[in-house]
Write a protein that binds this ligand. Structure first.
Ligand SMILES: Nc1ncnc2c1ncn2[C@@H]1O[C@H](COP(=O)(O)OP(=O)(O)OP(=O)(O)O)[C@@H](O)[C@H]1O
Ligand SMILES: [Mg+2]
Length: 313
């Protein structure tokens, strides 16, 4: 299998300095790549650094250190105006709360055309309108919605507006940050199916940031598990869900409820106790071409021998 690499991240870090004594290492030396056309998911508990990673890639934040190669161009360091334009056009991000990213006083037409407008890509009035109508239709909205305001839509429809806003730029890569977590369960599947259809139609590549591990399994090709700013394990869906090795991954997976209530009652939980593992002294180890974990020599050999005595309660 030879795939084209769309995004290659090396030793990326993003630290937030809170005060003279405190620095949060939100993203701490992460390396990974994303292949063209795939869905790469990033999972991990709240505060593990997932959104910061996404925001750093799209340059809402400037990275503390590391390199990001996107479509053959280095976009991790200082950006000139050409590379900034290139990035704005080809990489988009969709957020959890569409209401927060939509201006309540802007009609759908203007909200969706926003990216075109600020990048001087709208063309004349007719062309702008044509582009917006086309993209609205492709996300399941219609021309009738053009003159309405965000508050006149349901949560699911608002998220479709968020998707349209990203899609109108005809990007190659979209970072989806918890885009379904604020929606009703019945609506979640609709948005996911929409994203899958758009991926096929436009050959899109996704980085999906998510909490819901069942959903991640369903929609991803590869998965990175993040904890405390580090990628602790990474692999194909099969590597991660069928052969997890890192105790943190095991604990996340064991937190997924079993659909059968009897099995659920008897289920043993895998409990990950913090403090036992210092991620800064571990290094990345390959279990196979696709599967890697962050571990010290000792951890690696223990875990390979299925010795998780330090983690089981
Ligand atoms: N702008 C910021 N300034 C200071 N600290 C920040 C900032 N953004 C995030 N952090 C901190 O960085 C760490 C990682 O936060 P981040 O939002 O990336 O986590 P997350 O994995 O996306 O969590 P969640 O699942 O809750 O969205 C947290 O400790 C958070 O408090
Ligand atoms: Mg987040």
């Amino acid at each position: 299998m030879s795939a084209n690499v769309l995004l290659e991240v090396k030793h990326l870090s993003q630290f937030f300095r809170i005060d003279r004594h405190t620095t949060i290492r939100a993203v701490d030396d992460v390396s990974f790549h994303i292949n063209e056309g795939e869905t790469f998911s990033v999972v991990g508990e709240s505060g593990s650094g997932k959104s910061t990673l996404g925001r750093t890639l799209i340059r809402i934040y400037d990275a503390h250190s590391g390199s990001v190669n996107f479509m053959g161009k280095e976009i991790g360091g200082k950006l000139n105006s050409d590379s900034r334009k290139f990035l704005r056009k080809n990489m988009q991000m969709i957020f959890q709360d569409p209401m927060a990213s939509l201006n309540p006083r802007k009609k759908v037409l203007d909200a969706v055309a926003f990216g075109l407008d600020i990048n001087h890509l709208s063309g004349d009035k007719d062309e702008r309108l044509r582009k917006v109508v086309k993209v609205l239709k492709s996300v399941g909205l219609s021309e009738d919605h053009l003159t309405r305001y965000p508050h006149q839509f349901s949560g699911g429809q608002r998220q479709r507006i968020g998707v349209a806003r990203a899609l109108i730029m005809e990007p190659r890569f979209i970072i989806c940050d918890e885009i379904i977590s604020a929606l009703d369960v019945s609506i979640q599947a609709q948005v996911i199916n929409l994203m899958r259809r758009l991926q096929k139609e436009h050959g899109l590549t996704y980085m999906f940031i998510a909490h819901d591990l069942s959903m991640v399994r369903y929609l991803s090709d590869r998965v990175a598990v993040m904890h405390l700013g580090h990628i602790v394990e990474m692999g194909t869906v099969e590597d991660i869900y069928e052969h997890p090795l890192h105790p943190y991954t095991k604990s996340l997976l064991s937190a997924i409820p079993h659909p059968d209530p009897d099995a659920e009652k008897d289920r043993k939980r895998f409990v990950y106790l913090k403090g036992g593992v210092d991620y800064n002294i571990g290094t990345i180890r390959q279990l196979s071409d696709t599967h890697s974990i962050l571990a010290t020599d000792e951890e690696f050999s223990r875990w390979q021998q299925n010795d998780y005595s330090l983690f089981l309660k």
